[in-house]
Design a protein around this ligand. Structure first.
Ligand code: FEO
Ligand code: CA
Ligand code: CA
Ligand code: CA
Length: 596
């Protein structure tokens, strides 16, 4: 039952202390297992993983690298499809003796291309509790690898735009592959939305595009020339060289919709949702049942966006619902504080009214073929969305990453990971700390709790760091009873409305982890660490199952520590051998609700 009501009464576990262990550490009374690892067979004819004899052919059928967003599509009580993003590759940990992309073998580059994208795998419940495992025999008809080679299509108002046309695709409608898929979301009709984030790193010669294109290339931080750390994908696929194919970069940086139950379907890049370094695509319905998608752009001083569909969601009318992401309005957020500017000095000290809070508005950017931005066409707004948001005066945030709507209260929560570049002069009430190393969490309450509204109120329930640091805030809760937390990255809710936060880049010197915090009632702000991940890893994709018996996490880049190599690994998780990015599941030994 919903006895907690988001008030945290059911969260009785003892917090995992901050640590540097090369292990997945969980609270007393809980159990964990690894569900699927980099290299595990996904397609039924995939070979077993062999670290020292990896091939592109094998990788294209095996679980990819650096698992990120995780979501589940139930097929009855005890079977499900798991969708997992594969964000990026760490070649220096994947290959012995790897130095750089210029010296890499072509096979290594092809392995890296195949290790990107995402996976659909069938999983099954073990026994009657919260443990799940990979299905490793039988037909597994939905199992699928999506990679940097998968044929896709564009839809929405920018499909067919000149800005998306290339020599290989003169119609501008058929992009190949997806890259750097970080966070994501699901739709009410049972598909995945997966977000292409830092796509700049895959291209070279951004300075050799036509003059008119250069400011846009720069705004998306696409490198000039051939950077030393380039993976050199251009050595096996010429399209990654922008001197030869200047529009290719415009074909990445989108929200991609994938139907996990149709393994032959082409993934769809939904252009109506704009192009930036996408994070999250959290869907919800407005009061009149239009589809709303919340999205972040995870770089320093970037923006928070939302999309509101033109038409309504109609339960069961699949053909109609699948058009909703093609027509609607894209907005960007502007935050205004309610305290005096002089009270926001960058120190993180609370203003006199006791809260970092205020009001905000959603500024429209584009709606179908109609642009609301002076000097930019609708197609330009969709393809160069960052530039459009600059022009309308949106609020520059401290790395807006994942977003999630609380199923109990309706509040929309945003993880702002950090921004060490922000100066005291640049501090504002929504980003109140200069040199923000530890990040914060922002709550948006839409007017009338209606996700389609154009105005909202907001506050910061959590300003992260060591609770002993006066420049931290845990919603007013007794700071002697909370866990230290740094660099909130992904967020999710359980059905009781408790906020789960995973971290990336813990600047307090201990390992990253997963935390939980009630957001209502007397326990609001009582943040506790639920697990920690092995050395060098970040925690991604947290997902609490609907039955609340399991929490899944993606353990991304274990052992990714400066100077680590396969001959000198910084982690041996999970096999005691080379580190392997993996999805793990945690459950209570007596099958109690997660957090009990
Ligand atoms: Fe891929 Fe924003 O972390
Ligand atoms: Ca205030
Ligand atoms: Ca992330
Ligand atoms: Ca991250």
């Amino acid at each position: 039952g919903n006895s907690g009501g988001g008030k945290g009464g059911d969260l009785r576990f003892t917090a995992v202390p901050p640590n540097k262990d090369d292990a997945l550490s969980i609270p007393h009374g809980y159990k964990s297992s690894v569900v699927v690892r980099w290299g595990d067979p996904v397609l039924p004819d995939a070979p077993e993983f062999d670290f020292d004899n990896q091939s592109a052919e094998a990788q294209s059928k095996q679980f990819g690298y650096n698992c990120d967003y995780v979501t589940m599509f139930p097929m009855g009580r005890d079977r499900a499809l798991l969708w997992v993003n594969h964000e990026y590759t760490a070649e220096s940990l994947m290959f012995r003796g790897y130095t750089d992309g210029s010296l890499a073998s072509e096979e290594q580059i092809k392995i890296a291309l195949a290790a990107h994208g995402g996976s659909v795998v069938e999983i099954e419940r073990v026994g009657n509790g919260g443990e799940w495992k990979l299905v490793t025999s039988g037909r597994r008809r939905y199992n699928r690898r999506v990679t940097a080679h998968t044929p896709m299509r564009f839809s929405g108002p920018a499909a067919g735009s000149d800005l998306l046309k290339t020599a290989a695709d003169p119609e501008g409608r058929k992009p190949i592959g997806m890259l750097n898929n970080c966070a994501g979301g699901t739709t009410p009709w049972g598909t995945v939305l997966t977000a292409e984030e830092n796509i700049d790193q895959y291209f070279i010669n951004g300075d050799k595009v036509p003059e008119a294109q250069k400011p846009f290339i720069a705004r998306y931080t696409i490198p000039s020339g051939v950077p030393e750390d380039s993976r050199r994908f251009d050595r096996v696929e010429e399209r990654f060289d922008l001197e030869k194919h200047p529009n290719e970069a415009n074909r990445f940086g989108w929200i991609v919709e994938i139907d996990p139950f149709d393994p032959d379907s082409a993934p769809i890049k939904r252009t109506a949702l704009g192009r930036f370094k996408h994070e999250a695509a959290t869907t919800t319905l407005s009061r009149d049942r239009r589809l709303v998608v919340y999205m972040g752009d995870d770089s320093r001083y970037e923006y928070i966006y939302k999309f509101v569909s033109k038409d309504r969601y109609i339960p069961g009318f699949d053909r109609h619902n699948r058009t909703l992401l093609d027509e609607g309005t894209l907005y960007v957020a502007k935050f205004t504080g309610d305290s005096r500017d002089s009270e926001i000095d960058g120190s993180g000290k609370l203003p006199r009214d006791g809260e970092f809070d205020g009001s905000g508005e959603w500024i429209p950017l584009v709606s179908g073929d109609r642009s609301y931005v002076k000097g930019m066409s609708a197609e330009e707004v969709l393809v160069y969305t960052r530039v459009a948001a600059d022009k309308v005066g949106a609020t520059k945030m401290d790395r807006p990453e994942d977003m999630e709507r609380n199923p109990v209260t309706g509040g929309v929560y945003v993880a702002l990971t950090n921004n060490t570049n922000r100066t005291a002069a640049e501090a504002d009430e929504a980003n109140p700390r200069s040199a923000n190393k530890h990040g914060h969490v922002l709550e948006i309450v839409e007017r009338r709790d209606d996700a389609a509204e154009k105005s909202f109120s907001w506050s910061l329930p959590l300003v992260c760091g060591d609770p002993k640091d006066p420049a931290t805030y845990f919603a007013g809760y007794d700071k002697s009873k909370v866990s230290p937390i740094s660099c909130p990255d992904n967020v999710t809710f359980d059905r009781d409305g408790n906020l789960w936060i995973s971290t990336d880049g813990n600047a307090l010197g201990t390992n990253d982890g997963l935390f939980v915090m009630p957001v209502e009632g007397r326990e609001r702000g009582h943040l506790r660490q639920f697990l920690s991940v092995p050395s060098g890893a970040e925690t991604c994709g947290p997902m609490v199952t609907d039955d609340q018996l399991s929490v899944f996490v993606a353990v991304q880049h274990p052992g990714e520590v400066s100077g680590a190599t396969p001959d000198n690994p910084a982690s041996h998780w999970p096999d005691g051998a080379q580190p392997r990015p993996s999805v793990a599941v945690v459950w209570h030994g007596s099958n109690k609700k997660i957090g009990a």
